[in-house]
Structures are given as C-alpha cells and as structure tokens.
Ligand binder design. Structure first.
Ligand code: PPS
Ligand code: ADP
Length: 640
C-alpha cells in the first residue's frame, strides 16, 4: 500500500520522450546533493537505496549513458558534465592506487540531482567511509528499529562528523518490524541525541522509515505513522541546504589549477571556485606571495560571466601582470586564507603499511603538492569508544592526531571552515599510492614566526670563495661494509688536492646531535633527516661533504637528494655482501645480533634497501680501501 501511495507522478518521463534538450537543460540547472549512506549490512541500506532509486524513477546509469550519447549526437553538452563529475572522482582515486569499495549511484528527482556513496562491508570500513564521506554534504545514518543505536552507528557518525559532514539524517529503518511503534522511534532518537552531543553533532533530522515497505520515503506521513509530523526522506534530501550553497557565502578562494596562456595576449588562471563569489573589478590577493590585483574578467567556456560562485570552474584574468602559477590560491584581497608550513591535523591512515614517522610523503592539498612529514601521533582515536589512545605510529584504518611539517608553505584553512583548503592526502613517494587522508586543524604558532632570512652572501659566493663545486658524497651500506674506512680515505685524498671537506659519521653525529636517537625505524628516519639537513647546510657553506651512515631506506636517501641542488647528491653504494661484513664483525655487533642480544640490527632483523640506481658502486671484496677511494675520486672529478 505504501508502495503505490508514495509513488509520485513524474513529468520528466514525458519530457525526456518529447524534448530531450529541454529535459537536459532543466536537469543541468538543478542543484546537486552528495550524500553517503551508513549502516551495517543488515540495516537495510541496499533496500533503502534501491527504494530511493525506484521511487524517484531513477535514471539508471546505462540509461544515462544512452542519454549522454544521444545528447552528443544532437549536440547538447549538458548531460556530460554531471556524469564526468561522477567518473572523475573515481578515476583520480584509482590513479592514486587506492582500493575503492564505494559504489556511487546517481539519481535525480524533479527538484534535485543526487550522488549517493554507498560504502558496504565492515572490513576496511574507515577507508571506504573516508572516500565516500569526504565529498558528501549529508549522511544518512541507518539504524535498525529493533536494535537501536549500536557501536557501528557511533563509529559512522563520528567519522562523518570528522570528515566535515554537517547534515545528518537518522533514518530509523524497519519500522514495520516494530509495529510502527512511536515509543520505539522516540527512544532511539533520544539515545542518539545523547551520543551525538558528545561528538559535536548539534542537530540531526530523525525519520521513521521502512525501506522495504516504502514508509516515509517519498511522502510523509505514511498511513502507518500518523504520529510523525516531519518530512519524508526524499522531501528532506530535496530541501536541505547543500554545501556548495553554504560555501558561496564564504570569502572567495580559488586554487589555481593551471595557467591558461593560449597566446601572448591572454593570460588566465583556471580553477574551481572553492568558496565565495567573484566578479570583475573585485580585489584579489594571490597566495602565498600576497600580491594583489583586481579581476579583469571572469571567463568560461560559454563566454564571460558577470559573477561566478563556489562550485563553478572559471578562468580569471587579472588587471596586473603578477606572478601566479598552479598551486597558488587566488582569494579575496581583504580576507585571505592563511599560509603556514606546520600544522596539527587529523590523519586517517589508509594503507596496509604503517605510517613512517618522519618520512617524507607527497602532501596534496587542493592544487598544491609539497613534501611533508608526519610526527609521532599525539594520540589515536578508538573509533568505537572515542577514547584517545597512545600511539607510536598509525596503521590501516587508524585515525590519529599529529603534527604535520611541510617543506614549503601551504595556503590553507582549517578543514572545519573549508574542506577544499583544509583537506589533504598523503602519497607514498616510491609507490605513488595514497596512504592517508587528513584534515588540518590549525597551524602551529612557531611556523608562523619562522621566516627565511635572505642572506647577502649566497651559497654561490661560498663555493666561489673555496674555488670548488659543493657535493654531498653519501655512502650507504651495511654495518662493517667499509663506509667509514673508504670515506675517510676519500677525504684524505681530497685534502691533498686542497679541497675543503667535512666527514660526517657516527662518531661526530650519533654521539652529539643525534644522541637522543636509537635504531627503531622512526629513529633511523629522523637520524638521516637531520644528517641530510646538516649536509645541506655544509654544502651551502661551499663544502664537499662526506657522510657514512647505513641509511637503510631508499625513501630517506631520496629525501636528501631532493633537498639538495641538482647533481649535488652522489649516492655511493658500498656493496659488501652481508656474509663479508658479518665475517669482519669489527665491533662484534653481528655476533650479538645473531645471539639475540642486540635487536633491530641491520641485515639481521632490520631491513636494508640497497640503492636501485646508485651513482657509484664500490666492491670491497675486490678493491682495497685506497683503490675504492681512487675510483670514487675519478668518478666525481672535476670538482670545479
Ligand atoms: N641495531 C643496530 N643496527 C645497526 N647499527 C647499529 C645498531 N646498534 C648499534 N649500531 C651501530 O650504529 C651504527 C649505525 O648507525 P647509523 O647512524 O649509520 O645507522 S642508520 O643510518 O640510522 O640506520 C653502526 O655502525 P657502522 O658499523 O659504522 O655502520 C653500528 O656500529
Ligand atoms: N676493501 C675494503 N674497504 C673498506 N673496508 C675494508 C675493506 N676490506 C676490509 N675492510 C675492513 O672492514 C671494516 C669496515 O668497517 P667500517 O669502515 O667501520 O664500516 P662501516 O662504516 O660501513 O660500518 C674495517 O675494519 C676495514 O678495515
């Protein structure tokens, strides 16, 4: 009965049949609501989605594809835009190697278009939910009326709130199985309200439904719930304010995606408006440089606009020739976002491999990409109990709060204010996989107060005074491979050639600067990071630096290479087999490690990642230290 009673009559069917152009035109101007459905497998999520699609006479994806090709054939573009939105999001994530188990479905009613992210399964729930929720405006939290608020309900609500979803619908489903009992509904709503307040959800809309029978899905109240005086689910989804509308009221921000320069006469900055509105004549500021100008024109594919708003893709031309490139943000001149390089953030770990504290990852925020490290988490959150737990690292599906340090300033806003400029992902530099999603809270005050001091005597001056080209000769290899012995020999020979050098090794680093560090993975990463920074300063001072550390991980050696000028970093692999180094056992450490008296020993129970493309390889089985040194020097000459 509810089935037929709730099925509305749709004009769109007739319109599609008679005048596809008119249909597409009307369709394109409807607002779009992105929402996520959360619930356990048996909460009736699939039934509900099926019901929504069915009752709204959903345009099935294959029909949409047919429509799309039809529209192409008859020269209309309207339909393609929406579909691309759907497909693009997925493609971008696939490129980043993330496993997505989120099904996105598209449907539309007379009033609005919808994209619903359906995140099935218990396994890897966090990863799925983060993927689905990060772009959603609203969450439908499904609760089985027979079971009430469960641990999953709490977890899903918490995650949605963390990801910035501010519209929550508590859909109390399977009301038919509790006899449409008002008291049951009200008790669940009261329970949920108590919980919601503890995690910061201030309000939500509770609707008693039956996905199976169709009660209160498209029309309310259903005859079975005369006591309910709220909207039907569809009514609510059609009328709730969408995020992009809210974003339009905020200050103007547009991350620059690319500089559009078809010829010498035109230079425009293209991007998607993240918030606010823009019109020609508006004063803008380009960040991080802080330069100001005003908008000369707002250009789109279909011609110039008087005004553009959040959610639109536009090209801006400016009145002045100022520097502005991909990754910059064009913002309201009098209300710009912040610029900083150190932050506190919530980090959701999405990869099988744990977070390496201190390792450099690519951080992508809007159109900006920088190298960044995550510090040891302040805590991680048990998503079932909301408890804060101590953590040394983050594992798959963990959510933690940690400081994040970027190697360059980022234009940002707190995620709670602006999802586009506050949300980021971390990418493993070696595998290119997305390993984390994050939400910036605020910048650390110390990062705002540290500024680069431009010095008059440049690194070029320093090098010229020493009459040499600075280099960092980075020796890497197992303990006992011969790094120190050979580096020492190289330094002696360079000294004979009047070169200005400095050898960094365990004796002068691990006993001083790094005496607080041991041999855990995180400590080794930090050890190499600091040594890299010191080597860089010394190279800036014009020196030829030699370093002799195991430096077991490719990622950190690459990090140091990236820190230095082109061709300055020379990776020298002291390629001594483990058996040989172990037989030498200069300090007796291999024996101790074999006896289990020394943990985390490289080559025994801690990994060594040999270089894939070292600049120089030396073989200490066939070469004496002197020969190896000679060979290295020949390879690095000339040094002027
Ligand atoms: N667990 C464990 N694993 C490896 N090495 C150990 C360990 N404990 C102490 N040592 C001694 O410390 C030296 C290695 O320090 P490094 O700073 O080169 O190591 S790392 O680059 O941070 O991995 C290394 O010196 P070398 O033999 O000169 O390489 C060892 O003597
Ligand atoms: N061809 C060689 N090159 C370097 N060291 C060698 C060679 N042959 C033997 N050795 C010996 O191996 C040991 C290497 O130790 P060390 O230089 O401290 O290694 P690492 O710094 O890599 O731990 C020294 O005792 C050195 O005399």
């Amino acid at each position: 009965m509810a089935d037929t009673a709730n099925t509305p009559a749709y004009e769109s069917d007739a319109l599609i049949a008679q005048d596809i152009d008119a249909y597409l035109e009307a369709h394109q101007h409807k607002t779009m609501l992105r929402f996520i459905t959360c619930g356990s497998v048996d909460d009736g999520k699939s039934t509900l989605i099926g019901r929504l699609l069915y009752d709204s006479k959903m345009i099935f994806e294959d029909q949409l594809a047919a429509l799309e090709s039809d529209s192409r054939r008859i020269g209309t573009q309207g339909q393609e835009i929406d579909f691309a939105l759907l497909v693009d999001g997925l493609a971008a994530e696939r490129e980043q190697g993330i496993t997505i188990d989120v099904a996105y479905r598209f449907f539309s009613t007379e009033k609005r278009k919808f994209i619903v992210a359906d995140c099935p399964g218990h396994e890897q729930y966090t990863r799925n939910m983060v993927t689905g929720a990060s772009t959603a405006d609203l969450a439908v939290i499904l609760v089985d009326a027979r079971k009430g608020v469960l641990v999953q309900t709490r977890r899903h609500s918490f995650l949605c709130h963390q990801l910035g979803i501010r519209s929550v619908v508590l859909a109390v489903n399977k009301m038919d199985l509790v006899g449409y009992d008002r008291a049951v509904f009200e008790r669940i709503v009261a329970d949920y309200r108590d919980f919601a307040a503890t995690i910061g959800i201030e309000n939500f809309t509770a609707i008693p439904i039956s996905g199976f029978k169709g009660d209160n899905i498209t029309a309310a109240p259903s005859a079975n719930t005369p006591w309910y005086d709220g909207p039907s689910l569809i009514d609510h989804l059609e009328s709730v304010e969408v995020l992009s509308a809210a974003d339009a009221g905020k200050p103007f921000r547009m991350p620059v995606q690319w500089v559009n320069r078809p010829d010498l006469d035109f230079r425009g900055f293209s991007g998607l408006i993240a918030s606010g509105t823009i019109a020609s004549g508006d004063a803008v500021r380009v960040l991080p440089s802080g330069r100001t100008s005003s908008v000369a024109s707002v250009v789109t594919f279909d011609g110039d606009l008087d005004r553009a708003i959040a959610g639109q893709s536009v090209t801006l031309t400016l009145a002045d020739e100022i520097d502005c490139s991909r990754g910059n943000v064009i913002a309201a001149a009098d209300d710009p976002p912040q610029v900083a390089d150190q932050f506190e953030a919530t980090v959701v770990w999405l990869a099988d491999e744990d977070l390496h504290v201190g390792r450099g990852y690519w951080l992508k925020l809007a159109t900006q990409t920088v190298s960044a490290t995550v510090q040891e988490p302040k805590y991680r959150i048990d998503v079932n109990t909301m408890e804060r737990l101590a953590a040394k690292t983050l594992s798959l599906n963990d959510i933690g709060v940690a400081e994040v340090f970027a190697d360059k300033p980022l234009v940002f806003e707190p995620y709670a204010t602006n999802r586009t400029l506050g949300g980021f992902i971390l990418i493993d530099k070696a595998t290119n996989a997305t390993v984390a999603a994050g939400m910036l809270h605020f910048s650390l005050r110390r990062s705002q107060n540290v500024h680069w001091q431009a010095t008059d005597i440049t690194r070029e001056h320093h090098a010229a005074l020493k009459n040499q080209t600075p280099r960092v000769l980075w020796f890497t290899g197992l303990s006992g491979s011969g790094k120190s012995t050979i580096a020492n020999e190289v330094e002696k020979q360079l000294a004979l050639m009047n070169r200005h050098t400095f050898l960094l090794d365990g004796d002068n680093v691990r006993h001083g600067l790094n005496k607080d560090l041991g041999f855990t993975e995180a400590d080794r990463i930090e050890n190499i990071r600091r040594i890299g920074e010191v080597a860089k300063l010394m190279a800036d001072a014009g020196l030829i630096v030699l370093t002799a550390f195991i430096s077991p991980f490719r990622a950190e050696r690459q990090m140091v290479r990236d820190m230095l000028a082109e061709n300055e970093f020379i990776e020298i692999f002291v390629d001594t087999p483990l058996e040989v180094a172990e037989a030498r056992d200069v300090k007796g450490l291999y024996r101790k490690a074999r006896e289990g008296k020394l943990k985390n020993f490289t080559g025994i129970d801690s990994p060594y990642e040999p270089p894939e493309n070292p600049d120089i390889v030396v073989n200490t089985v066939d070469m004496t230290p002197e020969e190896a040194a000679q060979y290295i020097i020949r390879r690095i000459l000339p040094l002027k």
